[in-house]
Design a protein around this ligand. Structure first.
Ligand SMILES: [Zn+2]
Length: 79
């Protein structure tokens, strides 16, 4: 079922958090900082409001996000 918010749907919090990090990696300008469970469709969406998601925060702090970004950009260059 498609959600009336028009946002992309994720089946679980973990999957939404994965998508949140991928968004950061692939779209530099991504404003999404968190995930939430939707009252309309019961699945999970990304959001730019609220608090920084702890999984994303950790990935920023321990440098794993930057490593993902570097790897992604390297792949883009040699595609
Ligand atoms: Zn929804």
């Amino acid at each position: 079922m498609k959600c009336s918010t028009g946002k992309k749907q994720h089946n679980s919090q973990a999957l939404a958090e994965q998508a949140l990090i991928q968004n950061r990696v692939q779209f530099d300008a991504s404003k999404a900082i968190g995930v939430y469970q939707c009252e309309v469709c019961d699945s999970w969406h990304l959001t730019s409001k609220g608090q920084l998601n702890p999984v994303l925060k950790k990935a920023m702090e321990d440098g794993s996000l930057q490593r993902e970004i570097d790897r992604y950009q390297w792949q883009q260059q040699y595609r």
